[in-house]
Design a protein around this ligand. Structure first.
Ligand code: ASP
Length: 333
């Protein structure tokens, strides 16, 4: 019988009543009713955390990645159930940290279990079907909600309340679950990362989002407290002219990744060449995030710095640049 291990971390799927308490993993699985028995699956439960996903820490996620890796090594598929607020970050981090001989699927719910139309049981049942299906292996970590199957590297939460909040801008889902069966339509090119990568919770990477008229005070405050910076810049990677020199100074000391705050599309490299343009910033030492959104770029930089891309004398700019290019597809060996 196919075995799937379910890690429950809390979130809306377990937030009956909406107060601070969260249901146990056993109660969350019980919401499936006959869903498991009917599927002929051997489901193992790890009641891992009972938290709103906004309160998951780096330590929680490092421990989760370790346990997921150990579970995969036993031949089990994996489903991670957590709140949707940070679901895309957990999924992408697992994508970076775990090679996937069996599928790893992350799911959650948008409606509490005590509200009409609660989507948790349907999402969990679909996630189990995907995790148990060998045809869904080799796609990287997957996110399954609303019967859609998304790649962790592309997916984002795009709406505060909609049950179809998860979308993969610029690409779309890899497939869907129809009558309880996964149907894959598209396969991603390559992987998100060149494994193995490590994740050290002590590494500090800042994420700063620019807004009109920004004078750069937050950049000044970064100083020595961070090991890296992701800048969610305007458009395809643009900043005010007066921030170019401070950013170049920062990039001389720590890696500074240039991402876009727009929510879709890749950063450019050579379309705009004037002061504050992407072309100038890359020549001043910034590293392009390519298609990675700022939150994912932050996690990739974090894992690279955890895996030895920094030293007391500086950081490995070519190595970090190549790792970001790999996600774009340009650096595939
Ligand atoms: N959507 C929230 C989460 O991501 C709900 C909660 O606080 O449980 O966990």
């Amino acid at each position: 019988m196919d075995r799937v291990t379910v890690f429950t971390l809390g979130g809306t799927i377990s937030a009956r009543g909406g107060d601070a308490s969260r249901m146990t993993g056993t109660e969350v699985l019980a919401g499936l009713g006959a869903g498991i028995a009917g599927g002929g699956l051997d489901v193992e439960l790890r009641d891992f955390r009972r938290l709103p996903s906004s309160s998951l820490s780096f330590e929680d996620l490092a421990a989760l990645a370790d346990e997921v890796r150990e579970t995969l090594a036993t031949g089990s598929g994996v489903v991670v159930v957590q709140g949707t607020d940070t679901l895309e970050e957990t999924a992408f981090l697992l994508d970076l940290l775990c090679e996937t001989p069996r599928p790893i699927v992350v799911t959650g719910a948008m409606r509490r279990p005590d509200l009409p139309g609660a989507d948790g049981p349907a999402n969990l049942a679909a996630a189990l079907a995907v995790a148990a299906d060998p045809g869904c292996a080799g796609l990287g970590v997957l996110v399954v909600l609303a019967d859609e199957i998304h790649a962790a590297r592309l997916v984002r939460k795009t709406h505060t309340t909609s049950v179809t909040t998860f979308a993969s801008p610029g690409a779309g889902p890899l497939g869907s679950v129809v009558e309880g069966e996964p149907r894959i339509l598209l396969r991603p090119t390559g992987t998100s990362a060149i494994h193995p990568l490590r994740f050290d919770p002590a590494v500090r990477v800042a994420l700063v989002t620019l807004s009109l008229g920004d004078r750069g005070e937050l950049l000044e405050d970064l100083d020595t407290r961070f090991d890296g910076l992701v800048l969610a810049a305007f458009g395809a990677g643009h900043v005010p002219t007066w921030l170019v020199d401070p950013l170049e100074r920062l990039a001389g000391r720590i890696p500074v990744v240039l991402a876009s705050r727009t929510g879709a599309g890749a950063t450019l490299t050579r379309t705009y060449r004037g002061p504050g343009s992407e072309h100038e910033l890359l020549h001043r030492g910034l590293i392009p995030a390519g298609p990675l959104d700022p939150a994912k770029a932050r996690l990739l930089l974090h894992t690279l710095l955890s895996t030895g891309a920094k030293s007391p004398t500086g950081y490995d700019r070519p190595g970090i640049t190549a790792a970001f290019a790999h996600v774009t597809g340009a650096g595939l060996a």
